[in-house]
Design a protein around this ligand. Structure first.
Ligand SMILES: Cc1cc2nc3c(=O)[nH]c(=O)nc-3n(C[C@H](O)[C@H](O)[C@H](O)COP(=O)(O)OP(=O)(O)OC[C@H]3O[C@@H](n4cnc5c(N)ncnc54)[C@H](O)[C@@H]3O)c2cc1C
Length: 455
């Protein structure tokens, strides 16, 4: 247990209401959405300003006390679990949009802003922040995990939207990295260093994000195929045709089966591609729809549902939302291990075929952001059913190794956390030594989110 003297010192920094050692609060901050073992922090704090963050980080560094930043805990690899206990720093109270620079297509935000809420407000200005991980994630958590999602195929990942950051370093120093210019060749790209660092190098207390204009019209297509290969070949055909989908999702027959059962719908239980395209006019989109249809039919599509306009898009995409929830609901008592690898697009068909073989015999659902070469497999099991869990872990390992062999990555978007640490030496080789040197340089006492990245 943490010394009461320390609690009192923390309360003098934050105020009595913003420091808690309550068991239920600590339990809430002991896990993310993954199966990884829970670890309760000793104390949870809620900062309101960068200066408070700086003060407490300096204080913790002098006492070798671990600090793990906390967005809202929707990670899938154990990223915000405070494995060395200490302080969980929750950014829920630093949740303000500070300025909207409409003419610059930028927004200044605090890290606790939930991106979906932010996009509702930005929508009134005709703007939006495209990375879309689906869950109710915070901007701090998205930057720290370099999150992406269904729109990445057209718009890129979170890293492509970071212009400027305020970061508190592990010794308490406050630094400002990046700028608001649309281009810059000025020195090392420190915004990139902190993006995807999962709270291991410093704490982000403010960000300037790049935005894009809201698309004016939409076209959506759901295409059904007789085999997985026909569907994955279509991904390559569409991407190499010059068409630019704003979303391109693959769902295997088992996912459709569970969605039918869970939602009471009746879609073809066959490999499916869901696509979205943005454009100005219905006429232009109609022409593109013709090309998409042609490509799908060339790849043996047996059924196409399609439409133009926001309502049609919502109708066609409704089944994709909350896929993970439908899977979880259908297997009460089991936990998901969510695999997440990405490969070059030319290897997408091969990796999906490999995954399908590897998970045969497991309770497994394959889907993913196909246009990014990103595959997810949700495998349901119980970590304490050792015999079966060993098989799940083995499949996960084989899939990751195959993705790396294909010159891909062990994690397309969920980050390293606890789950992917063991694969970093294989993926990065000597590069990992450099990462470790950077970590030691910035955080010699290893207080920032320890036991992540490096085993
Ligand atoms: C149903 C579901 C679907 C998902 N789909 C996707 C998807 O499609 N794409 C995708 O990329 N992810 C997806 N995720 C994973 C998750 O939503 C993202 O990784 C998200 O970015 C996590 O944000 P968070 O606010 O929950 O952060 P948390 O989980 O609380 O934290 C994430 C990491 O960021 C660090 N951190 C938090 N705040 C700060 C800060 N201010 N400074 C420094 N470090 C900080 C934490 O220490 C931790 O390491 C999904 C999750 C769920 C549950």
């Amino acid at each position: 247990m943490i010394d009461i003297k320390y609690i009192n010192e923390l309360k003098s920094i934050f105020g009595d209401d913003w420091v808690s050692e309550g068991t239920s609060i600590r339990e809430l901050h002991s896990h993310d959405e993954s199966f990884h073992s829970h670890t309760m922090p000793d104390v949870v704090v809620w900062p309101h300003t960068t200066e408070q963050v700086s003060k407490v980080v300096k204080w913790a560094n002098e006492r070798d006390m671990p600090i793990t930043p906390w967005g809202v805990g929707t990670s899938l690899e154990g990223n915000p679990i405070p494995v060395h206990k200490g302080i969980s720093m929750d950014f829920q109270e630093m949740n303000k949009i500070l300025a909207i620079h409409r003419e610059d297509f930028q927004v200044d935000v605090q890290p606790g802003v939930v991106y979906k809420e932010m996009n509702k407000i930005l929508g009134h200005h005709g703007l939006f922040f495209p990375p879309d991980p689906g869950a109710a994630a915070t901007i701090g958590g998205m930057i720290a995990n370099n999150a992406s999602g269904i729109r990445t195929v057209k718009y890129g990942a979170t890293k492509d939207y970071i212009m400027k950051l305020t970061v508190v370093l592990p010794d308490g120093r406050i630094i400002y990295v990046g700028n608001r210019a649309r281009k810059s060749s000025s020195g090392y790209n420190l915004c990139s260093l902190f993006t995807g660092s999962e709270g291991t190098l410093g704490i982000i207390t403010e960000a300037t994000l790049r935005l894009v204009g809201l698309p004016s019209n939409f076209m959506a297509v759901r295409a059904v195929f007789p085999t997985v290969l026909d569907a994955t070949n279509t991904v390559f055909s569409i991407m190499s045709s010059g068409l630019v989908p704003s979303a391109m999702e693959f769902l295997d027959d088992k996912v459709i089966e569970i969605l039918n059962r869970d939602r009471g719908i009746s879609l073809h239980e066959m490999p499916t591609l869901l696509m979205e395209f943005n454009g100005f006019s219905a006429t232009g989109l109609k022409e593109e729809m013709g090309y998409v249809e042609e490509i799908c039919l060339e790849n043996r599509s047996v059924f196409l549902d399609k439409g133009i306009g926001a309502a049609e898009r919502a109708r066609l995409w409704e089944m994709r939302h909350l896929t993970l929830e439908s899977i979880k609901r259908s297997h009460a008592g089991l936990l998901p291990l969510i695999m997440d690898v990405a490969v070059p697009l030319s290897r997408y068909s091969e990796i999906v075929a490999f995954v399908k073989e590897e998970v045969k015999g497991l309770v497994a659902y394959i889907f993913g952001h196909a246009g990014d070469g990103n595959v997810h497999v949700v495998v349901m099991g119980k970590p304490d059913d050792i015999e079966r869990w060993v098989l799940i872990e083995k499949a996960n390992r084989n899939i990751v190794l195959k993705a790396i062999e294909f010159e891909g990555t062990c994690t397309g978007e969920h980050g390293v956390g606890i789950g992917k640490r063991r694969f970093l030496p294989i993926e990065h080789g000597e590069g990992l030594v450099l990462m470790k040197n950077i970590k030691t340089l910035l955080d010699p006492n290893n207080i920032m989110n320890p036991e992540k990245f490096f085993v």
